[in-house]
Design a protein around this ligand. Sequence first.
Ligand SMILES: C[S@@+](CC[C@H](N)C(=O)[O-])C[C@H]1O[C@@H](n2cnc3c(N)ncnc32)[C@H](O)[C@@H]1O
Length: 206
Amino acid sequence: MSATLLFRRFLADPMKIAYVVPSSRGMVKRILERMDFERARVFVEFGGGEGCYTRQIARRMAPEAKLLVFELDPHLAEHLRRQFRDDPRILIYQSDAALFRDELHKLGLKHADYVISGIPFSYIEPAAKKVILHSVHDGLSREGMFIVYQVSMELKGHARMFPGCEVEYFLANIPPMFILAFHKSEITLRKKPRRAKKPLKAEAVA
Ligand SMILES: C[S@@+](CC[C@H](N)C(=O)[O-])C[C@H]1O[C@@H](n2cnc3c(N)ncnc32)[C@H](O)[C@@H]1O
């Protein structure tokens, strides 16, 4: 049901939704392996879609943690709201991800520990892209990370405010995707990812 909803919304607005099927279980797992659920208290998701990441983050996050999910599409946002209506830790915003810091501040929160994004950055104008990237950088905690899954690595060229990025090409997804993990600080960049099975390339942002 969820997957067909994403497909129908793709047909209605292909430039916003970008992909026809939700991220694979393997990719969701791979991305979540990068996150420290014991430490983190504030999670933000850009482009929740039908909720494949949201459900798994909700399963792992601490009882006192919060997850703010930004989903522009009204049908998908409503679908997310219905799924998480009984979980007060999860807040769904039918709103542009670019506004996430306003919502954090309204909750009295200064920083997010992780921002994870599936929004199609390639379709966003370079100037708007920079605004979002600066806002994510400023909105992350010192050990925070911005994790992006995309079909291309083009975002890396715009993200010079981050000291570096780990890049992985993940094949077991339709379509295969780059996972880009931008670190707020060089200290966490030098630490090994928690349970990476394949060697990862840590590089300075070009
Ligand atoms: C490729 S889908 C990813 C859905 C889901 N996370 C997954 O991996 O299957 C991208 C989602 O981002 C949403 N989106 C696109 N631009 C957005 C924006 N500026 N702010 C919030 N959501 C956005 C779309 O409506 C769509 O649901």
